[in-house]
Every structure is written in C-alpha cells, then in structure tokens.
Design a protein around this ligand. Structure first.
Ligand SMILES: [Zn+2]
Length: 454
C-alpha cells in the first residue's frame, strides 16, 4: 500500500511547456560549469523552466514540441559584445590597413556616400542571417539609423543591445551631435522595455567627440538607465591624442569628465595602464575584447589576463565585418585563446573554458545582463544553440569545452533559439528568407562599389 502511494506520488501531473530540447550534452555555463551528458532543457514560453537529466525533465514536463539533440552540444547562445552589423556591406572593401588610415580614407568616405536607412536594413538582415547561422543570439551594436537596425533585429528574432552612434562631425543620420542626441533619445523612447531590444547611447570614441558631447551622452544614458557604449583605447594613436589634448590616458580622461558608470561598455581597451584597469573595475565598466579586429588592423593586444585577474567583466566581440571579416564568434573564441597565450608566452593563459566563458556568461556580465542571459539556468531567457559534433575535425571528442573553442566553427551550429523561439531549425533559418537577403545585399554592393570608385 505504501509502495503504491509512493508510485502515485511520483506521478504528479507533468507541467505542460512549449519546448523540450533533449538528449545532447548540455554545457550550462552556470557558476560551477556544470556539464550534463546527456541532459535536457525545458523551455516555457520565453524562459528556461529547467535544466536537468533527460529522465528528470521527462518526469516533470510534457512539451508541445521536442527537439532531439542526440550527439550534439546544447549550450547558451553566443554573445557578440561589439559589432557594427550593417558594416557587413563593407566586408573586404579595404583590407590590410591601419585603423586611422582605414577609417579616414576608406570607411568614413564610403559611409558618407552609402549609409541610408535602406542600406542599414539590408546590411542588418545579412548580418542577422550570418549571426543566426553561426550561433550568436545576442549582439551589441554601434551604428547609424539604429532604429532601423532595431526593427530588423526584432524581425529576425535576435536579441540586441543597440547603440545609436554619435559623432562630432556630420554623419548620415545627423548633421550635428545635438541632432544625434535627439535621435538617440527618440530611439530610446521607442524601444525601452522591448523584450528583445535594449536601446543604448553610443558616442563613437573620445577622439571623435568633444567633451560636451561625451558628457551629454553619459547624461542621456543615465536619464533613461540604458547602456552607454564607446570605443576605448583601441590604438596608440588614440593614446597620443589623449596625451596631447588632455595630458591623460583615454580611460583617465573619460573618468575625469564623469563618463564611466554602471552599464558602460568599452570596446577594445587595448592600450590601458594598470591604473586604467583599476578605473574600469572601480566603475564596473564591461570590456568587449576583439582579438581578430585588433590583429587585422595591427592595433595591439588587449591585456585580457590582467582584466580577468582584476575582476573586470570581459566579453568577446567580432567588431564590424569590415575589420574581421566575419561575425563568427567561434573563431573569436579560438583567436582570443591563441592571442593571449602568444602575448604572455604562457599556454595556460585564457584556457578553453575561459574563452567559452567570455563568449557567453562573461559577455552577459559585460553587458549588465547576466541575470537574463549567458548561461542555461532556470528562470533565464531561453537563448540557446545546438551544435553538431559530427565533423571529421571534431572526431573524436573527449572534452566538449575544448572542442567548442578549438575545432568548432559557426557552420557547425544546427539550431538557434532566442527568447524561446526557434530562429533556425537544423540549418533552416525560419525568420529570414536566405536567398532574398543575400540577393539584396549583392544588389546593394553594386552601389557601394560605384560610390567608392568615384
Ligand atoms: Zn568597433
């Protein structure tokens, strides 16, 4: 009798949920780096309901839809903490140059002639397609017409921390910084509270904005409690400018004008002193590390191990596709690990687990979103990817974390889920028409080519 009662007790009604992902190796990226082999993830609406063994999940939940992830890895979606999505349209347009020459002779002029709401929509669709296909579920952006980027991102189903760029000189969407600030405020009002889009203020850099503009940007971000994003200490040229104009490092100058605060994100942070690192730590500034862009533009090597040792939240970024030239975060992980080892002559610098952390939970922390994304844990948003481990280059597999960083490519991602919604199912992107997106981009590229030639 007691036994029977026990059996009845264990068969409590199972909770109906929307989606189950079962049977794969679950790399949770939780606080103890738990890996379940096999494991399962229960998703209810936009949230993760539970992460556990397949038996436990099966006894507690009944799902409207089930995805079989056998022989694959289930992991948090990747977080690209720094890019300029529409710049995929300038992919391969001007390579093998240093940042200042590349920006001033090629990119700024090309942008002056070709950036428009249409260009931004077409470029963002292409970038979103590439990100969904390579496992990025959240990205931080800085560009023009950011409201168009936000609408397109929402249609594609991706999560975005999207910063309207502000510059001192006239740009495609604003003749003056004041106009840029007004645009940014309207943008924040339109998207604040959105389930996928976090609007942000993005002054381009300390050397492309004057003090008054930088202060106004920080004030606007604080007024609405939204992120403030900027490029920081990317090149030695920037450090020279800061020394000449402000007798200070870029980081210290920005501190002296009250720029730093919670919810600030600094992209690059290559040329920083130990004191600068302490300043960034003191103000809880997140750092977006972009190893591929820094290498390609020969900007320098960010002191990632020093940041991590100081307790600074470090995420990974690809930077815009014009300086990478792709948005594959798996490659960013691998390069981050390799570059740190080479720079410190220490093969234990940035091990695979640390590189994976930076691309997931570290990126979430850098963006101030670790309560919602970055790991597979009950209560967080259901942003996850399923990655094939069947390629010859992935065989055999002793350690899934090693494989995710050292041999996996974006193309190995089979399924991408954001906010509980399947954006790509077994390589079929469901929210964008792949052929149309690529054809539109190729058509627009003709205009870019003609504009740059003139
Ligand atoms: Zn950038």
């Amino acid at each position: 009798m007691l036994v029977a009662l026990g059996a009845i007790g264990s068969q409590a009604p199972r909770r109906p949920i929307s989606l189950l992902v079962v049977g794969g190796i679950v790399v949770t990226e939780n606080g103890s780096h738990r890996v379940l082999s096999p494991g399962a993830v229960a998703i209810d609406g936009s949230a993760i309901a539970a992460v556990d063994t397949p038996d436990s999940i099966a006894s507690r939940f009944t799902a409207a839809e089930t995805i079989d992830a056998r022989d694959q890895v289930i992991m948090p979606g990747l977080i690209n903490t720094h890019t300029h999505a529409p710049m995929v349209m300038y992919r391969g347009l001007a390579d093998d140059l240093a940042l200042m020459e590349w920006l001033q002779k090629y990119i700024f002029p090309a942008e002056a002639k070709t950036v428009s709401p249409e260009m931004v929509r077409i470029g963002t669709r292409l970038a979103a397609l590439e990100m969904i296909e390579s496992g990025t579920t959240t990205y931080a952006d800085m560009y023009y017409f950011e409201e168009e980027i936000a609408r397109t991102t929402r249609e594609a189903g991706l999560r975005g921390v999207l910063g309207q760029t502000i510059l001192q000189f006239p740009v495609a969407d604003a003749k003056t910084p004041a106009e840029g600030l007004a645009r940014t405020e309207a943008f924040i009002r339109e998207f604040k509270g959105d389930s996928l889009i976090v609007p942000a203020v993005a002054p381009h850099a300390m050397y492309t904005n004057d003090r008054a503009t930088l202060v106004a940007c920080a004030a606007l971000a604080r007024k609405y409690n939204v992120p403030l994003i900027t490029h920081l200490a990317e090149t030695e040229d920037e450090v020279r400018i800061a020394r000449e104009q402000h007798q200070s490092t870029p980081t210290a100058y920005l501190e002296s004008i009250g720029f730093w605060g919670p919810r600030t994100l600094a992209a690059h942070g290559v040329w920083v002193t130990d004191e600068d690192i302490q300043v960034l730590k003191k103000h809880d500034v997140g750092v977006a590390h972009n190893p591929e862009s820094n290498m390609k533009l020969a900007s320098g090597i960010a002191p990632v191990t020093k940041y991590l040792r100081a307790g600074v939240a470090v995420g990974l970024g690809t930077d815009g596709a014009a300086s990478n030239n792709d948005l594959d975060m798996f490659e960013a992980m691998r390069q981050a690990a390799f570059l740190a080892k080479l720079a410190t002559k220490d093969p234990t610098a940035v091990p695979a687990q640390t590189a994976l952390d930076m691309a997931t939970i570290g990126g979430a922390r850098a963006l101030g979103m670790a309560q919602d994304i970055g790991s597979l844990e009950a209560g967080k948003r259901a942003d996850l990817i399923i990655v094939s481990m069947a390629a010859p280059r992935q065989t055999p597999m002793y350690d899934p974390v090693s494989h995710l960083v050292y041999v996996t490519r974006g193309d190995d991602v089979r399924t991408t889920i954001v906010n509980g919604k399947v954006l790509m199912n077994d390589r079929q992107v469901l929210t964008l028409n792949r052929a149309t997106v690529i054809a539109d981009a190729n058509r627009l590229a003709q205009k870019v080519r003609e504009a740059v030639r003139r």
